[in-house]
Unconditional design. Structure first.
Length: 290
């Protein structure tokens, strides 16, 4: 009876509706602030250079797509080449990270070997090292190997479990898988490799997908490493290619830059849309006992 009376108190539903509207209004406002730079970039790609920084309106007065064609073919090397280079590096990075990091994570999570906790702590400690600390030693190493101006410095470390974040992510996921599955597989005659391949990998698809998505996005968006190791324009990645639109002499093609920036966002959106469910499952279940 008390709950029925409380439900019919005058003004209660109205206050609840007002609070919900206020919450949604705040969320929409924050979302618009976050999306505004993206909308401004898309609108600027449809404007001539003279209108980009001189117009008070975000909407183009006379939208046209000429900047996309001009940006794609405007350089000595087509952006199709840059796009292909980035795609090759990103795909190889995804394959390398998923394979090597899952193997390392399986070893840390399920196998018993001397010094396991020590090496796991050392691996976690590398997460606190800034990239710039190891940049010069790595560059000297790759220079002596003759790998500079090739894709090898950007790809080979991915196959050596160099990304500690993904190892830690998968270790937490593997620890949540019941050990009874391992024991049952051992009784059936399975060794560590078959347990990893037949049991762990199928159950760890959400974690693998999370590592794959983040690895693709971080590799695709990476500007600094390709800038350091790639010197030939034919080898440029998409992000380094965008830099060529900005000329120190002041002759910059801003609309072409924004148009190619919009094109560069397409693979990331496609990757996220296709793997959204697995990505959310991987983040939600990592580190949780199930």
């Amino acid at each position: 009876m008390k709950s029925d009376a409380a439900a019919h108190v005058p003004g209660t539903p109205r206050r609840g509706a007002f609070g919900s509207l206020a919450t949604h209004a705040v969320l929409i406002g924050v979302s618009l602030v976050m999306v505004y730079p993206l909308l401004w970039m898309i609108a600027s790609s449809l404007k001539p250079d003279s209108e980009i920084f001189n117009s008070a309106s975000i909407f183009p007065a006379h939208p046209n797509l000429s900047a996309y064609a001009r940006g794609w073919y405007g350089l000595k090397v087509s952006f199709g080449k840059f796009f292909t280079n980035s795609a090759v590096i990103a795909v190889l990075a995804v394959i390398g990270n998923v394979m090597s990091c899952s193997l390392a994570a399986y070893a840390f999570a399920r196998l018993r070997f001397r010094g396991r906790n020590f090496w796991f702590a050392i691996m976690l400690g590398t997460l606190m090292l800034p990239y710039h600390v190891t940049l010069i030693p790595q560059y000297v190493l790759f220079l002596n190997l003759g790998w500079v101006d090739t894709f090898l410095p950007l790809v080979v470390p991915k196959f050596l479990a160099a990304d500690a974040f993904f190892i830690f992510l998968m270790v937490q996921f593997f620890r949540g898988i019941p050990r009874e599955l391992d024991e049952a597989a051992i009784m059936d005659g399975c060794g560590p490799w078959r347990i990893y391949w037949k049991i762990m990998l199928p159950l760890a698809v959400p974690a693998l997908a999370t590592a794959a998505v983040f690895s693709f996005i971080w590799t695709w968006d990476d500007f600094f490493a390709p800038l350091i190791y790639l010197n030939d324009m034919e080898s440029y990645t998409f992000q380094v290619g965008l830099r060529t639109f900005v000329d120190s002499s002041g002759q910059s093609d801003w609309s072409g830059l924004f148009a190619m920036s919009v094109v560069g966002l397409v693979p990331i959106f496609v990757m996220f849309i296709f793997f959204q469910r697995l990505l959310i499952d991987g983040i939600a279940t990592t580190g949780m006992k199930r």
